[in-house]
Design a protein around this ligand. Structure first.
Ligand SMILES: [Zn+2]
Length: 241
């Protein structure tokens, strides 16, 4: 795909975004990062070809396209995330939703750029936490963020221009957000990229929740992790464990 096409198409998406989606809290991926085009932008450009007459694409077609920019990618998960987590109206045959009747397993389609994904509010997924439980929990933390100590209604300790609003922080993001797995956190500590970590009740990071974080470590730490795991699994191939 030509760079000029990608850029024009992204600008078109951006126009729709500013007009219809921005105030619905839909998240627009940046066109480029240091590594070049972002996967999110590429997927939106790909799926929006010929807009508004979009068509279905198979995961294979999408992966083939993304591989031209990210050869290491074998499985494109972002298309689903762009729907459920970022709010774009992309339906997929892999998700169990009512909109996907016409799509087969592994197919994606951008339905429209004029409205958000059905049910998307821009807030975290609905949780099953009882309001009384939440109020009692916050009180037990003296209305402070478990991680940084910022107090509800007061300026954030590290971002003085932000007034602290406590949110339901996920202690272990790999488990559902239910009572016992929640701590109060300010919006700065409860950012989506903090889903890399598992916290204890005191708001301290205690474990890794998402191995992607290892990609961000120095080569030295990566080697150390690798040699620990190599020893632990006797040098077996990961698929044989
Ligand atoms: Zn905080």
């Amino acid at each position: 795909m030509e760079d000029s096409y990608i850029e024009n198409q992204y600008n078109l998406i951006k126009e729709y975004y500013n007009k219809f989606l921005k105030d619905k809290n839909v998240k627009l991926p940046k066109l480029k990062s240091k590594k070049g085009y972002t996967k999110g932008a590429l997927i939106l450009v790909f799926l929006s070809q010929n807009y508004p007459n979009t068509r279905k694409y198979t995961k294979t077609e999408l992966t083939k396209f993304i591989k031209e920019y990210y050869p290491e990618v074998n499985d494109v998960q972002q298309a689903r995330h762009l729907g459920a987590q970022s709010g774009w109206y992309i339906i997929s045959g892999t998700r169990n939703d009512t909109c996907s009747d016409e799509l087969k397993h592994g197919e994606y389609q951008l339905v429209t750029l004029e409205t958000n994904y059905p049910g998307f509010t821009g807030e975290k997924r609905l949780d099953c936490i009882n309001n009384d439980y939440w109020e009692t929990l916050k009180a037990s933390y003296n209305y402070r963020c478990a991680t940084c100590g910022s107090k509800e209604g007061e300026p954030n300790l590290h971002w003085p221009n932000t007034i602290t609003k406590l949110q339901k922080g996920h202690m272990n993001p790999n488990k559902p957000l239910i009572e016992g797995n929640v701590i109060p956190q300010c919006e700065k500590c409860n950012r989506p990229d903090e889903n890399y970590w598992i916290y204890d009740k005191k708001g301290r990071v205690v474990k890794i929740a998402n191995p992607i974080i290892i990609d961000k470590c120095s080569l030295e730490i990566q080697k150390e992790i690798y040699s620990r795991l190599y020893k632990k699994f006797n040098g077996k191939n990961p698929t044989d464990i």
